[in-house]
Structure formats: structure tokens, C-alpha cells
Design a protein around this ligand. Structure first.
Ligand code: CTP
Length: 152
């Protein structure tokens, strides 16, 4: 019998932590379906996404471990999704440990260990720091130029 695995997430700034999770999920069954948070649902969750939904979807569908993607628009839709997709397993990173246990009556619920030292939030922080450094450099150059012009 074919086994369907369903997971959810934002998958913004796609990174190796995402890949490793999807690879492990796909290895648990024959079909991996991702409920991908829409831009408006991310807004509701207080997440500021960099990559828009259509692009995040395209990236996920290009990943060899992902068979299909549907929209995640609400917190409450999971039970209906799992029934529609004929899911056998609901699995997600262990940052969500215990949060979806109530779905145990229709699927096996699993929480997988996250990959250490990488997250979208961390990537955004690094990018912000690089940007701030560039602004500091530009300001230094401008100050230097003003000094030079003052000496003319
Ligand atoms: N994930 C993982 N290992 C990581 C980062 C994410 O296994 N290092 C998993 C999450 O547990 C989740 C899925 O990937 O099941 C999608 O997570 P998402 O929240 O989109 O990614 P994060 O990098 O955790 O983003 P953020 O920092 O915005 O929470």
C-alpha cells in the first residue's frame, strides 16, 4: 500500500535544514505533500517573508523529494487536508513538538529533530548585518570625501 506523508511550513529562503527535513519525510513514504503557508497566512503568523508564495512553491516543486504542494491559509485546515490527501503520516520539525497530537486519531504524527545552526531567521539576521556593514562603509566613504572636499 502506498504511504502519503504531509508536512507544513513557510520554506522561505530555502536552505539545507529544509532539504534535510524533506529528504527524511520523503523516505518515510511514497508521496510527500507540503502545505505551504501563503503570504497572507505568514502575515497573520507575524512572519515577514522574503520570497513570495508562487516562487516558494516553484522552488519546493523543483525539489526531488516533494511530490505536491497545496496552500496553507489557516491553522484549522489540517484535518480536512489530511483526509483529502489520504495522508498516513503527518510529520514536521520538533520546534512543533506536541502541537498537533490531536490529529493522532486520523494519522501517525511525528516530530523530527531540526538541523542545527540554520534557520530562515538566522539567514535574515546575517543579511541584515551585511547590509548594515555596507551602510557603515558607505557612510565612512562619504565622510572621507567630505573631508577631502573641505581641504580643496
Ligand atoms: N526545519 C528543520 N531544520 C531547520 C530549519 C527548519 O528541520 N534548521 C524544518 C522546520 O522544523 C519545519 C520546516 O523545516 O518543519 C519548515 O520550517 P520553516 O519555519 O519554514 O523554516 P525555518 O528555517 O525554521 O524558518 P524560521 O526561522 O522563519 O522559523
Amino acid at each position: 500500500m502506498s504511504v502519503t506523508v504531509v508536512t507544513y511550513g513557510t520554506f522561505d529562503l530555502f536552505h539545507v535544514g529544509h532539504i534535510r527535513l524533506l529528504k527524511r519525510l520523503r523516505a518515510m513514504g511514497d508521496r510527500l505533500v507540503v502545505g505551504l503557508s501563503t503570504d497572507s497566512f505568514n502575515e497573520l503568523k507575524g512572519k515577514n517573508v522574503v520570497i513570495p508564495f508562487a516562487d516558494r512553491k516553484e522552488i519546493l516543486l523543483s525539489c526531488r523529494y516533494v511530490d505536491d504542494v497545496f496552500e496553507e491559509n489557516t491553522w484549522e485546515q489540517k484535518r480536512d487536508d489530511l483526509i483529502r490527501e489520504k495522508a498516513d503520516i503527518f510529520a514536521i520539525g520538533d520546534d512543533w513538538a506536541g502541537k498537533f497530537d490531536e490529529l493522532e486519531d486520523i494519522v501517525k504524527v511525528l516530530y523530527l529533530p531540526r538541523t542545527k545552526d540554520i534557520s530562515t531567521t538566522e539567514l535574515k539576521t546575517v543579511m541584515r548585518e551585511i547590509n548594515e556593514e555596507k551602510v557603515r562603509e558607505a557612510k565612512n566613504v562619504a565622510t572621507h570625501l567630505v573631508d577631502l572636499l573641505g581641504k580643496l
